[in-house]
Design a protein around this ligand. Structure first.
Ligand SMILES: NC(=O)c1ccc[n+]([C@@H]2O[C@H](COP(=O)([O-])OP(=O)(O)OC[C@H]3O[C@@H](n4cnc5c(N)ncnc54)[C@H](O)[C@@H]3O)[C@@H](O)[C@H]2O)c1
Ligand SMILES: [Zn+2]
Ligand SMILES: [Zn+2]
Length: 396
């Protein structure tokens, strides 16, 4: 089959690779109909995630048709399914608490030691996301093997376009969980750093959960326009100082809840960000954490900080004092996708949530490398790239 494979920093290629096979009775094989490139994939593309190997198949946002099932799969051939990016067994201690992204059985990798050493525990399994998270082949391919297919995938009713439901695989539940973790009370003012897919879905979710105001922060005009479309007020941090603007907009109190949807590759020429950049480039640090620092400093006393954004390693200049002295709550984590699927599918069917606005480009799988380059280099207008195997080539 054809699949998008990783070969090093800024080097991804569509190669011919072996077809996946059923390995365990709970597996299913899915023929991919739509798969997306995620902001998290850019961390792989930029070479920030350890334990990648040349030839690894990327992709953790995908859906398709069931073409083969193991003896214990509950899926049937011909069903259309969306697959969560987190691989969870459904039976361990954490799955029992619906903390699927903390599953103890989804990651059988031999090289869990890095996570064990850095985080105190091994990480759960993820599709297409390094050998630290299981080394699973991802879904930016014609076919993919889905382990625990009786737990993860959600069956999509006929008549609903791929474009409407594809983002159930990751970014929609991620935006939802981000808003849930912000513990929004009716009328709250919520500030969201980053108007990428995760930030934009956090904004929609925050309003659905009763936020009175949402203030969105980014520097890309087009992305800020999309945030406005959902009713957010906006701050372009290249034109306005974020902290000062937030204080002015909230009468000096600060936002009730702050959501960091930026992550370890924060942009901007802020003193702390430049220091992070130098440290990262000399291997003295891993993450550029400007946005979470700023969210903690701007949040009102007694407020909540939600961090869906991905970070990987150790940081310094972290405002631990502000977190404690202001009595803030901090919640974070990879998304427990499976927990949110039925509710969010309903919200899509009932047209309470729109996901299709986000898709700026549809490309054939064969042009996946163009898709990565565009999503990386032209973030303003390229808000989300969806790859469809079999689509005709388009000018990119
Ligand atoms: N928790 C999870 O399970 C999960 C799932 C999916 C994605 N993520 C993470 O969420 C984050 C966002 O994902 P995405 O797909 O929206 O990524 P993205 O790269 O498309 O968007 C990030 C946005 O942040 C903006 N930004 C950069 N620096 C900023 C700053 N200093 N202040 C304000 N905005 C700034 C960028 O301009 C961009 O629009 C990433 O870190 C991604 O890895 C987490
Ligand atoms: Zn993703
Ligand atoms: Zn489990």
């Amino acid at each position: 089959m054809r699949a998008l494979t990783w070969h090093g920093k800024h080097d991804v290629r569509v190669d011919t690779v072996d077809d996946p096979e059923i390995v365990n009775p709970r597996d299913a094989i899915i023929k991919i109909t739509s798969t997306a490139i995620c902001g998290s994939d850019l961390h792989l593309y930029d070479g920030y995630i350890p334990t990648m190997q040349a030839g690894d198949i990327l992709g953790h946002e995908f859906m398709g048709e069931v073409v083969e099932t193991g003896a214990k799969s509950t899926l049937r051939k011909g069903q259309r399914v969306v697959v969560p990016f987190t691989i969870a067994c459904g039976a361990c201690y954490h799955c029992g608490k619906q903390q699927y992204s903390a599953c103890d059985n989804g990651n059988p990798a031999d090289n869990q030691d890095i996570a064990q050493e850095m985080y105190g525990h091994p990480m759960s399994g993820l599709f297409g996301y390094s050998h630290m998270t299981g080394g699973y082949a991802g879904g930016q391919a014609e076919y993919v093997r889905v382990p625990f297919s009786d737990v993860g995938p959600i069956v999509i009713p006929d008549g609903i376009d791929d474009d409407k439901v594809l983002f159930l695989s990751d970014i929609l539940p991620t935006g939802w969980q981000a808003a849930e973790n912000a513990e929004i009370e009716p009328g709250d003012t919520v500030a969201v750093w980053g108007c990428g897919p995760v930030g934009l879905f956090s904004i929609q979710s925050a309003f659905l959960m009763g936020a009175g105001r949402v203030i969105a922060i980014d520097h890309f005009p087009h992305r800020l326009e999309l945030a406005k479309r959902f009713g957010a007020e906006t701050i372009n941090y290249e034109e306005t100082k974020t902290y000062e603007a937030l204080m002015e907009m909230t009468g000096g109190i600060g936002p009730d809840a702050c959501i960091d949807a930026v992550g370890l590759e924060a942009h901007g020429f802020f003193v702390d960000n430049v220091i992070d950049q130098i440290k990262a480039s000399t291997f003295l640090a891993t993450d550029r954490t400007h946005s979470i620092r700023q969210a903690i400093i701007a949040c009102r006393k007694g407020g909540r900080v939600s961090m869906p954004a991905v970070y990987g390693g150790f940081v310094d200049k972290f405002p631990l004092g502000a977190l404690m002295e202001k009595g803030l709550t901090l919640k974070t984590g990879q998304t427990h996708v499976q927990r949110y699927l039925p509710g969010l599918l309903n919200a899509i069917v009932e047209e309470k949530i729109d996901t299709t606005f986000l898709i700026s480009h549809r490309l054939p799988l064969e042009q996946a490398a163009d898709g990565y380059r565009m999503f990386h280099d032209k973030q303003d207008e390229v808000t989300k790239v969806v790859l469809k195997p079999g689509l005709d080539r388009v000018a990119a």
